[in-house]
Design a protein around this ligand. Structure first.
Ligand code: CMC
Length: 431
């Protein structure tokens, strides 16, 4: 809420003094405003990976990485995970407040009305090879929505409401349809009576020849998974969404760029990579110590997947919640996943290892999430798709916040050029 001007930082360069305003955020975090530095002093700032750059002001999500705090719109993630649903969380992120009963009912109705995708899109799914990664399919199908649900560059409030609902609802339908196509089963249409997660699980796993019933414990676990992934301020994919959205590009294309960014194994793709890592350790009948050795070795490309975070310098609060859910889901009678034991041992070993201690590397959201998805029967290559479904409200909240800011500008970072200096071009005949 506040971005109080609370002082001035001085920059001394080349015999001159430049005064830079210092702004204070709601939680007392401080930022030096360098917006006029290039104009005033001819300088730009260089910040590898934007580790030290606030790209915008935002009122959506607050993280204190040193204390392990995450809040959506001021509410602690622990409370949201305990008391809220995914659709209520989506509403909160998008519109800033928890919905009234009437708003909640209207929002749910709108999501249900928006859950179909145009029938002409169905045959697109047939054109992908069986081996296609679902993230690639998702990204192209979401971009394709722009052709079937065209929107003008500037949306009315009504159009905006519909676009937001479309994306939150249709992403789940596309994800389930692509799964059904990949296993050669008929698609199951969304239901207008089921809740968001039940509807998704039903589209994924019911079929004309089974009596599928959603397991309430699994449904709640997936719901919490989605809630925990719903936003995480200026991460790589959200920044991609803001960056692409700042050109006023079509919103479906903008979200498609976020999906592309999320796919990578350093970001959302880590949930799949964690299970692959645990499976490899299991297959090698190891206890993880060899893997930890490789993850510490700078000559190896391995990293301990699901560990480390740009912002959290202690236990990711989302990982704590997911670890508890793993216990709830995987400690049930008759359920056993040896990968969970490996994960627990790996965590213990890493948290007592100097390499990880010195670098403040702790489990992040992806370390335990894959085990929950696996227990729900979600195939491994769809784990990042589930992350995408969860992150959709966050992307849209940031897209909306940016466009509602009267002063927003196209995102266009500077660079420090390190290439060749001016040189003469010699035509090929003279070389
Ligand atoms: N295993 C081994 N070493 C690591 C790891 C890891 N998982 N993560 C960081 N390091 C080391 C890194 O090699 C570097 O060491 P040194 O200082 O000796 O060069 C140091 O720790 C700092 O790492 P960094 O790469 O500079 O940190 P970053 O903030 O740029 O990267 C990260 C953050 C999440 C990309 C990284 O920790 C990582 O690759 N983790 C594994 C992938 C992963 O779990 N990603 C999911 C992130 S959370 C969910 C999401 O955002 O999508």
């Amino acid at each position: 809420m506040s971005d109080e001007n609370c002082g001035v930082a001085e920059l001394h360069y080349d015999g001159k003094k430049y005064e830079l305003p210092v702004l204070r955020g709601t939680e007392n975090e401080l930022a030096v405003d360098i917006s006029t530095l290039r104009k005033d002093a001819g300088l730009v700032t260089l910040d590898n990976g934007f580790g030290n750059t606030a790209a915008c002001k935002s009122a959506i999500t607050y993280i204190d990485g040193e204390k392990g705090i995450l809040r959506y719109r001021g509410y602690d993630i622990e409370d949201i995970a305990k008391f809220s649903s995914f659709t209520e969380t989506a509403y909160l992120l998008l519109y800033g407040e928890l919905p009234t009963d009437e708003q909640r009912a209207n929002f749910s109705q709108l999501l249900n009305r928006s859950s179909l995708i145009h029938e002409d899109m169905h045959h697109f799914f047939n054109a992908y090879p069986k081996t296609a990664h679902p993230m690639g399919i998702l990204s192209s199908m979401v971009a394709s929505l722009s052709a079937f649900y065209p929107v003008p560059e500037t949306l009315t409030d009504e159009q905006e409401r519909e676009v937001l609902a479309n994306l939150i609802s249709q992403i789940r339908t596309i994800a389930a349809f692509s799964y059904k196509k990949s296993v050669g089963e008929p698609i199951i249409y969304p239901s207008c009576t089921m809740r968001y997660v039940h509807n998704f699980l039903n589209m994924m796993f019911s079929s004309p020849v089974n009596d599928y019933e959603v397991d309430p414990e699994i449904a709640r676990a997936i719901e919490i998974f989605l809630v925990l992934h719903a936003d995480h301020e200026q991460n790589c994919s959200t920044s991609s969404v803001r960056m692409a959205g700042s050109s006023l590009a079509n919103v479906y294309a903008v979200i498609s760029s976020g999906i592309g960014a999320l796919w990578g194994s350093r970001h959302g793709g880590a949930n799949q990579a964690v299970i692959e890592m645990l499976s490899r350790i299991h297959a090698e009948k190891g206890n993880g110590s060899e893997f930890i050795k490789r993850a510490k070795d700078k000559n190896s490309n391995e990293r301990l997947m699901g560990f480390g975070h740009r912002v959290y310098k202690q236990y990711d609060p989302r990982a704590k919640i997911l670890k508890n859910i793993c216990h709830k889901v995987l400690d049930r009678p008759g359920v056993n996943d040896p990968l969970f034991d490996i994960a627990l041992r790996l965590e213990e070993a890493a948290l007592t290892d100097d390499y990880f201690i010195e670098r403040n590397l702790y489990p992040n959201v992806d370390f335990y999430s894959g085990l929950i998805l696996k227990a729900a029967g979600i195939p491994q290559n769809m784990f990042t798709v589930l992350f995408t479904i969860g992150r959709m409200p966050g992307w849209l909240a940031h897209w909306r916040e940016m466009h509602n800011d009267a002063g927003f500008r196209i995102a266009r970072p500077r660079q420090l050029y390190t290439g060749a200096a001016k040189r003469e071009f010699i035509p090929v005949q003279e070389r």
